[in-house]
Structures are given as C-alpha cells and as structure tokens.
Design a protein. Structure first.
Length: 254
C-alpha cells in the first residue's frame, strides 16, 4: 500500500512541477498581444496555414529560426521607428510560405539624425544569412514620413540575403510632411539592396505593386518596381515587374 501512496505522490509532484509554470502564464488577448513579439527567436513556427488577424507589430523582433506556412492580416497603425516588418524586424533565419495582407497606416520617425526608418511588409531587414521563399504581400500601406530618409519595400525594406519565388501586388503610398532633400528608396519587393559578397539575390519573383508618393522631392526619390535602390551589383534571376515604373530605381555608384 505504501508503494501505491508513494507512486501517487510522485505523480502529483510531477504534474505540479510541469503545469504550474504554464498556469501562471498570461493569456494572449487583445490587451496582452505584445506577448507575440519576442526579442530573439531560434525555434520553429509551423503555422499549418492558420491566419493571425490584427497583428500590429512584428511577430518576432530578430529571427534566427524557421517560420513557415502562415497568413497574416496586419493592422499596423501609429508611429514606428527602426526596422518595421510583420513577420520579423530583422531576419537571419528562414521564412517560407507566408502571406501578408491587411493594412498599414503608419508614421515612420527616427529618434536621432543618424538612423533611417526601414519598412518591409514582411521583414524590415533581411540579413546576409536570411532566406525568404514563397512569400507574398497583398495589402495596403499608407506611410507618412517625418523629416528623415526612409527605406520602403513590399517584401523587404533592406535586403542583404536571398529572396526566392515571392511576389508583391499590394499598394504602397508614401507621404512626406515636409518637402526637402530627404531620400526615399522604395521598391515593390525590395527598398534597398546591398550584397556583402555572401550570396544576396532575387530569384523567380515579381511585382505588380502600385507605388506612389506625395510631397517627396523627386530628385531624392529612388523608386523601382522590383528594387528601389542598389548599393551593389545585384544578382537578379527570372524576376519581372509590370508597371510604368523602372524595375530598378537607381544603379549603384561606380
């Protein structure tokens, strides 16, 4: 009998140790939605085709893991700075089979004169190790700039990594409150592209995104249907754009 009692006690202790920490976790509701955004993510998110509605900040800040098979109906509204993206602010991992829809009604600002706000509907900055595949943007972005430079892309704002089999066909409108010599680099897929010799590329992708801007000095605007501006020679394969805007906004300085 004492063996049975001891076994039952052990089981109760194990259940308590395993479950109590989870019971103490806050529930994710509209009020605690901030729990979605983790600082550094190294794991795996397999979305199984599910949809996240009303996401208003990056799912993760820095992705080093694998995120796949998710649909996002974004609802970004308000002021944002730094790197802005729906799946990740910065990606050094793998992002595949993602659909981003919804709306972005945001104001980009910079906390100091040395930084530039960077917006990508999927990822703010795709780092050299970052891979994005089979991913799309089909939402509406209305972006207001303060007196600063800005980088805007339909899939990625600043790309240093690889983008494959992806497309953008949403709408992006950028408004600047004060006309000046501030630079706007905007692309249907990539806002700004720069390779550091480790394989940055754009392959088998297309953009039919509607791109427009208001009150931005035309001499300071670099707008491309695929890529807004190049900081280095780009490797582009089997990718195209359909619109009256050049595929590449500006070539790298020789």
């Amino acid at each position: 009998m004492w063996k049975i009692i001891l076994t039952v006690c052990i089981i109760v202790v194990i259940i308590a140790v395993v479950l109590i920490p989870y019971l103490k976790q806050p529930k994710i509701t509209e009020e605690t939605k901030k729990n979605f955004s983790v600082e550094k993510f190294y794991g795996v998110i397999q979305g199984n085709g599910y949809t996240i509605n009303g996401l208003n900040k990056a799912l993760v800040k820095n992705n080093y893991g694998k995120i796949s098979d998710l649909k996002i109906n974004a609802d970004f509204n308000g002021e944002y700075s730094g790197y802005i993206g729906t799946i990740a602010e910065a990606n050094s991992g793998t992002i595949t089979d993602i659909e981003v829809n919804g709306s972005f009604d945001i104001k980009l600002y910079t906390p100091n004169k040395f930084s530039t706000p960077i917006f990508g509907a999927v990822v703010g900055i795709n780092e050299p190790a970052g891979i994005i595949e089979r991913t799309s943007f089909n939402g509406n972005a209305n972006i207001r700039m303060t007196v600063s430079d800005a980088i805007v892309g339909g899939i990625v704002g600043y790309n240093q990594g690889r983008i494959n089999n992806s497309y953008s066909k949403g709408s992006i409108v950028v408004n600047q409150n004060n006309i000046g010599t501030y630079n706007l680099q905007m692309g249907g897929i990539i806002g700004y592209y720069k390779s550091f010799g480790v394989g940055a590329s754009l392959k088998n992708s297309y953009s039919i995104t509607s791109l427009s801007y208001n009150n931005v000095n035309s001499n300071s605007a670099q707008i491309g249907q695929l890529i807004g501006a190049l900081g280095s020679t780009a490797y582009i394969l089997n990718s195209y754009a359909l619109d009256n805007i050049n595929s590449i906004g500006s070539e790298p300085t020789k």
